[in-house]
Ligand binder design. Structure first.
Ligand SMILES: O=P(O)(O)OC[C@H]1O[C@H](O)[C@@H](O)[C@@H](O)[C@@H]1O
Length: 547
């Protein structure tokens, strides 16, 4: 059934039409002094100290709207799909696969999941522990007997973004005498710059690719192996410097990486949900296995919360339905993720893939063209930087941009007043966005200049811009795990309501295939006749200008 066929969708449409002009955050707060108490809730981990406090009171919703949004979740059978996902049913229908990233972090064993491979999760984690320990304690030596000082993660998309985001977020937990590099782009510059900082005698290359067929990763890995062999000469030394993280044993071994240097995962781990799998090896080396385990445990805590908490207290559900309210009824095109913690500076980048690759779909699971909006455009930046760049548009532009503000009570780096100043901004922005500044106040402030109408108008803030505030105690591995899993499940709920398959990514294929057919033409081989005059013209321009 398309999302619009649910009775609550129609109800929400009516509620939107009848309330859109009168419902304002100013009036909602004025009417109810207890609004904050009512519309805020806290998640606390069962197995870890992970916590997330969610204040969603600054959303343009009243009781009726919230009730209907939660009914929509019920009518769309989201809970059933959630239980099917947890149980290992093949809910990725287009690829006929289970979706079991929750099995990778089922540290308590509370979730009962049956699928080929699930029974091997612990053994792979054990392998990761033993390997990451041996790099960190320097018992693993390179081909000349030196310990590893550089780790280069070669991967792209889900095989890059998770490891990059998490190693940045947990930087304060990193073992300092190993340098971490991430090479993803096919642009040779990316690899060249990483290699400049590396010495073949002490560099470990981690080739991360679920399929082990991705053009960028295989090309980059081949370049890295050539660079290594220029010094090491003997191919037998590759075993000390290259490991693979993949589901494709055959391709890994034919690349020349021995099976014992391969860390396995399974087709039921989606690329953008894979940091919890062997793809997390770089994270485990960087922060140590115990911290990696805490990351998994924090995510597991949210998995249990998503499974067990009632809908009205269920953080992923609340974030999801509020997003749907703006995306599908207010016509918001984008959603900003704004973490006020420098360590989370890659968090929005990470969820660009997490959300947009999951829910950027126009065909429902039964093959119908949706007649409503699906996944939003995700973007954002950390800290106050955005305030000096794009917040102008959020405050006074013509577009509605719902925002999530994420901030920790405690910083890892308590220096002078920095953290309080940072938090004062994280609190001030949602306040300003919600309540704005009216003309009368502007005039009063301007005094003699108030007669300048244009000046007055340009200083008015319309307000009524919705935000969520997510407060955590500190960016610890467990809390980070919980935050990531929270957004994963938010995306799940939205995809379920929109009746789309959030777990395939067919939209990345066409461009890949075309690039392969264009490649020989850039060496003058093959005709450009099948291409448009524009692309053929660009190829000819390139050929006539390349030396
Ligand atoms: O790990 P792989 O197989 O190299 O894939 C890397 C990326 O490729 C494609 O862009 C998509 O399928 C992504 O979801 C995936 O993360």
């Amino acid at each position: 059934m398309p999302a619009t066929a649910n009775p609550s969708w129609k109800k929400l449409q009516e509620l939107y039409e009848s309330n859109k002009d009168s419902l304002t955050l100013n009036s909602l707060f004025a009417q109810d002094p207890k609004r904050f108490e009512k519309l805020s809730t806290e998640f606390k981990g069962k197995y870890t100290d992970a916590n997330i406090f969610l204040d969603y009171s600054k959303n343009i919703v009243n009781d009726d709207i919230l009730k209907s949004l939660l009914s929509l979740v019920k009518e769309a059978n989201v809970e059933k799909l959630r239980d099917e996902m947890y149980a290992g049913e093949h809910i990725n229908t287009s690829e006929g696969r289970a979706v079991l990233h929750t099995a990778l972090r089922n540290v308590s064993g509370e979730l009962k999941q049956n699928e080929d491979g699930v029974q091997d999760v612990t053994a792979v984690l054990q392998h990761m522990k033993q390997f990451s320990d041996s790099i960190r304690d320097e018992s693993w030596k390179g081909y000349t007997g030196k310990p590893i000082k550089n780790v280069v993660n070669i991967g792209i998309g889900g095989s890059d973004l998770g490891p990059v985001m998490v190693t940045e977020a947990l930087k304060s937990y990193i073992k300092r005498d190993i340098n971490f590099h991430f090479v993803s782009n096919i642009d040779g510059t990316h690899m060249a710059e990483a290699l400049k900082a590396c010495d073949p005698e002490n560099t470990l290359f981690i080739v991360a690719s679920k399929t082990f067929t991705t053009q960028e990763t295989i090309t980059n890995a081949t370049t890295a192996r050539d660079w290594f062999l220029q010094s090491a000469k003997d191919k037998a030394h590759v075993a000390k410097h290259f490991v693979a993280l993949s589901t494709n044993t055959e391709a890994v071994t034919s690349f020349g990486i021995a099976q014992e240097n391969m860390f396995q995962f399974w087709d039921w781990v989606g690329g953008r949900y894979s940091l919890w799998s062997a793809i997390g090896l770089t994270i485990a080396i960087a922060v140590g296995y115990e911290n990696f385990h805490q990351l998994l445990a924090g995510a597991h805590d949210i998995d249990l919360h998503f499974k067990n908490a009632p809908l009205e207290e269920n953080l992923p559900v609340l974030l999801a339905v509020l997003g749907i309210w703006y995306n599908d009824f207010y016509g918001a095109q984008t959603h900003a993720i704004l973490p006020y913690d420098q360590y989370l500076h890659k968090f929005a980048d990470y969820f660009q893939q997490g959300d947009m690759e999951s829910n950027g779909k126009y065909i429902t699971k039964s093959g119908q063209h949706v007649d409503y909006q699906t996944g939003p455009i995700i973007w954002g930046q950390a800290g106050t930087n955005g305030q000096h760049a794009f917040y102008q548009l959020i405050h006074q532009g013509t577009k509605l941009i719902p925002c999530d503000f994420i901030f920790p009570v405690e910083t890892h780096n308590p220096i002078g007043e920095h953290h309080k100043i940072l938090l004062s901004n994280a609190l001030a922005q949602p306040e300003a966005l919600a309540f704005g500044k009216d003309e009368a106040t502007v005039k009063k402030e301007l005094g003699a200049q108030a007669s300048n109408e244009t000046l007055v108008k340009s200083k008015v803030f319309p307000g009524n811009k919705p935000t969520n505030s997510l407060v955590v105690q500190k960016i610890t591995p467990a809390t980070l795990g919980a935050l990531i899993a929270l957004y994963e499940h938010k995306i799940f709920v939205q995809g379920a309501v929109w009746e789309i398959n959030s777990f395939d990514q067919m939209g990345v294929e066409l461009g890949k295939v075309l690039a392969k057919s264009i490649l020989p033409k850039l060496s003058g081989n093959g005709s450009t006749d099948e291409l448009s005059s524009s692309t053929a013209g660009l190829i000819n321009y390139y050929l006539s200008h390349s030396k």
